[in-house]
Write a protein that binds this ligand. Sequence first.
Ligand SMILES: [Cu+2]
Length: 159
Amino acid sequence: MKKLTVLVAALFALAAPITSFAADHTGHGGGGHDMGHGGPQGDVAHEEVVDGVKATFKVMSMKEHMKAMNMEMPKGVKETHHIAVEFKDAKTGKALTEGDVKIKVQNPDKSDQSKDLMGMQGHFGADFDLSKKGKYGVMCKFQLKDGKTRSAKFWYTAK
Ligand SMILES: [Cu+2]
């Protein structure tokens, strides 16, 4: 009996992220998602608590990001979007600003792009080429000061 309980628990643990992934998927495709209401720092694309850490993802155009950082748009950039993530201790709300953060983006055509994110002004960020219309799968792996490796993922639809 005990074995069965463990198995069921394991199944649930496996199923949970997939279910929320699928829910996001339909949620974002369902229309009525108004881009550009998120202020200068962009829209919250995804928020998730992973093992005690709250991860907030924002996807913004390079223009928006440069404006928010008070910087000029550099010439010749082929990246179109900036993906930013902020981490907070889910209990205390304290910002967690040190760690290794990687993002892999699966493009609509199933090719992918991976980047290490840089720590900048309280968030981690990197620039990606999201110029094709369609659904991008964003997978983030992060290791913060406590040494645990966590991951989060979500869908982003480029219109
Ligand atoms: Cu940034």
